[in-house]
Design a protein around this ligand. Structure first.
Ligand SMILES: [Zn+2]
Ligand SMILES: [Zn+2]
Length: 275
């Protein structure tokens, strides 16, 4: 039987890059895509090789927004790999003007239409939705991989109805759990930056993430991955405990198997999860 597999290479303000793909019975990758380019191609090559994968195993790249930690290596991906870079038109415009993407982005630029877009014909489709994070524009993605429903939303700002609607139908959700409000308020950041982070256009707190999970939990949900954890204002334990509290309530109220809940590491790669 084929399987859907997911790996985070790095997640947070240090850089963001994720892989999702369809694998055959023997464990060979048949189709895959990357989300965000916050990791150098050199390190990506090494991390892929550690899983027996290579650049040929992803067809192209979806980009969420134009903050450095998500597009730091986009120019060199375009230059060296020449694979499609899929974004909604607004973000494509912003990337074309961005100094980081340089002259190499143009030939790789592919704009997505509203609704489902086929990325890998017959295998992988994607649909975008906007979230209120303070980049030029920011998007989450719903993916369909051989019918498997995968949603990724990082750098959210605050939860919005369309994001919840996709998550309510997903088999797997990757969602931001950026900061603990107490740690943020007593941490090293200046007040103005604290306010930016928690003001509704910055990042999602652990409590807001847990609240979102309560809203989108459904019996078909198999995995929740917590992404973009802050180095200074969060810990994996706190992020896990906050959302886990919601899942415990859920277990008590129903006999449905709760989804796997897993915070993603910031600087290092996660395992290649079989979803
Ligand atoms: Zn970010
Ligand atoms: Zn951002």
């Amino acid at each position: 039987m084929s399987s859907i597999r997911f790996k985070s290479f790095t997640s947070g303000s240090c850089g963001n890059c994720y892989f999702i793909g369809i694998f055959d019975e023997s464990g060979a990758c048949e189709a895959g895509v990357l989300v965000d380019a916050g990791l150098s191609p050199r390190r990506l090559k090494k991390e892929l090789a550690a899983e027996g994968l290579c650049f040929d195993d992803f067809a192209g790249l979806l980009v969420t927004h134009d903050h450095n930690d998500h597009i730091r290596s986009l120019g060199s991906y375009c230059k060296h790999l020449r694979k499609p870079v899929w974004t909604p038109p607004e973000l494509a415009g912003a990337l074309s003007r961005h100094f980081i993407t340089g002259e190499y982005y143009g030939p790789c630029r592919r704009t997505l239409a509203p609704g489902w877009n086929e990325l890998v014909p017959g295998r992988i489709s994607a649909q975008y939705f906007a979230v209120p994070h303070d980049a030029s524009c920011t998007f989450g993605y719903a993916l369909l991989l051989d019918g498997y429903r995968f949603v990724i939303m990082t750098d959210i700002g605050r939860m919005v109805p369309q994001a919840l609607a996709f998550a309510r139908q997903a088999d797997t959700v990757v969602i931001e759990s950026n900061y603990d409000l107490e740690m943020l308020r007593h941490g090293p950041y200046p007040k103005v930056l604290q306010d930016r982070i928690c003001g509704g256009h910055g990042h999602l707190s652990n409590a807001e993430c847990a609240e979102a999970i309560r809203d989108f939990l459904h019996p078909g949900l198999r995995n929740i991955f917590l992404c973009h954890l802050s180095e200074h204002n969060n810990t994996p334990e706190l992020a896990y405990q906050t959302s886990s509290g919601i899942l415990q309530e859920y277990i008590r109220q129903s006999d449905i198997r709760p989804p796997r809940l897993c915070p993603l590491p910031r600087m290092t790669a996660s395992p290649l999860f079989i979803l």
